[in-house]
Design a protein around this ligand. Structure first.
Ligand SMILES: *Cc1c(COP(=O)(O)O)cnc(C)c1O
Length: 438
């Protein structure tokens, strides 16, 4: 773990901290949860990334999900070059946006109309505005451990084990805004009923990651999403699926296609941009017609739907195939099995959650069904595991509470290499857990 101060990454990190908070553009990149110095990346190809010191890693972060086709795929590069030649942004409509919206609607039919944004955060905050406008209600319900971007109304979580009124997770969020965000427990319909039942006039929307990815991967239990659908129908709330991770990842039609539950509104991000900044929201036509300029709900963006982003997205979505999902499923299953066996052999307790190409190794002997369970994981053990994997050239998410992402560029050999590295890393993780042995 001793960091050689001479590495280029270490020098860049010191320099970065002089001009950017924490030296990064997004907090989790700073390695605070696992210790050590973040690696500054220079290039990526396929499933591999190379840092400024020339060290190459097998990547399981994949830019946090967007890169389902791997780093720098040839087809994408040629599309981007061609598009850029004609201008990168007009602030006027283009044909590419129509093609993209038509493609999104054909893959996710509940999205009858689509509006493009430049991030998942924007999509989620905009969808909330639509839901509030459509229902005339202010309160919304989310789940502890689910992330919907960093807009004021979403940076709220419940107190541990309790279903409580919203308390801001970050300073700078008005109490009044946080108070409108209620929190329930994932996979626990009774907790939802209890909260919704207390709100006079009802909630505008129930927002959920239909496959949770931001407390680590937590799949919905059978009946959970169906129960939310029924509750929304009963109470007049809108059901919003945040599919920023699961869209085009769980299946070509997202989690809603895989699990057979139709939301009123959906947010997309990550894969939809093929590695460029894109988000989208959409849903029932009657709701989406309320968005300006068809309706009064204002939402806009200077670079929304720009040609580079649309071209990248069109390319990425056009490359999704049954063959790709079959491969991702096969690799995901191999990886989860191998990791589980390696952990067992090393005497380390882990609980592995996986949906297709998304997985999380939780350092706990308990099943993880919600945020409270996830928080029971041994984050120090994960930190040791992370560092031991990094030292062997495997780049994992620098936090226990994130998903590992596979891509079409990963191979069986990559998975085998990872499992071999994990045998050693699980031993390291287990060792540090108790008092050091002589
Ligand atoms: C990443 C993420 C977001 C936010 O998207 P950004 O593009 O980072 O703003 C929202 N919801 C979910 C489920 C996410 O995983």
């Amino acid at each position: 773990m001793a960091e050689r101060q001479a590495t280029r990454s270490a020098k860049l990190f010191a320099r970065a901290q002089q001009v950017m908070p924490g030296g990064v553009s997004s907090p989790v990149r700073a390695f605070k949860a696992v210790g050590g110095t973040p690696r500054f990346m220079k290039r990526g190809k396929g499933a591999s990334i190379t840092d400024e010191d020339g060290r190459t890693y097998l990547d399981y972060v994949m830019s946090w999900g967007p890169l389902i086709h791997g780093h720098a795929p040839k087809g994408l590069l040629s599309v981007l070059t061609k598009t850029a030649r004609h201008g990168t942004s007009f602030g006027a409509p283009t044909r590419l946006e129509i093609e993209m919206a038509e493609l999104v609607r054909s893959l996710v039919p509940s999205m009858e109309l689509v509006r493009f944004t430049s991030s998942g955060t924007e999509a989620a905050m905009s969808v909330l505005r639509v839901a509030r406008a459509a229902t005339g209600r202010d309160a919304v319900l989310k789940f502890a451990g689910c992330y919907h971007g960093h807009a004021d109304g979403f940076l709220v979580e419940a107190g541990s084990g309790a279903v409580t009124l919203g308390v801001p997770t970050s300073p700078g969020i008005p109490k009044a805004a946080a108070a409108l965000t209620l929190t329930a427990r994932y996979n626990d319909l009774a907790s939802v009923d209890a909260v919704v039942g207390r709100v006079k006039g009802g909630v505008a929307a129930v927002l959920v990651e239909p496959i949770a990815g931001n407390m680590g991967v937590v799949p919905p239990e059978p009946g959970f999403l169906e129960g939310l659908r029924a509750l929304c129908d009963r109470t007049g709330a809108l059901l919003v699926f945040d599919e920023v991770i699961s869209g085009f990842r769980a299946s070509r039609g997202g989690a809603q296609h895989l699990l057979g539950v139709r939301p009123d509104l959906t947010c997309l991000g990550k894969i939809i941009g093929g590695g460029l900044p894109v988000g989208a929201y959409g849903g029932r036509e009657d709701l989406m017609r309320m968005v300006a300029p068809d309706g009064p709900v204002y939402q806009a963006g200077t670079l929304s739907g720009n040609p580079m982003a649309m071209a990248a997205g069109l390319w990425a979505l056009s490359q999704l195939s049954d063959k790709l999902y079959a491969k991702l499923e096969r690799l995901g299953a191999l990886l989860a099995e191998g990791l589980s066996e390696s952990a067992h052999r090393a005497g380390t307790d882990v609980s592995i959650n996986r949906v297709g190409s998304l997985l999380t190794v939780f350092f706990t002997n308990q099943p993880v069904r919600n945020y409270d369970d996830a928080r029971g994981a041994d984050t120090a053990a994960y930190g040791r595991f992370f560092q031991a994997m990094l030292a062997q050239g495997i780049y994992l998410p620098p936090s226990q509470f994130e998903a590992w992402f596979l891509s079409g560029a990963h191979t069986t050999d990559h998975v085998d290499t990872t499992i071999r590295a994990a045998r050693k890393a699980f031993k390291v993780a287990a060792r540090g857990g108790s008092a050091p042995t002589p």
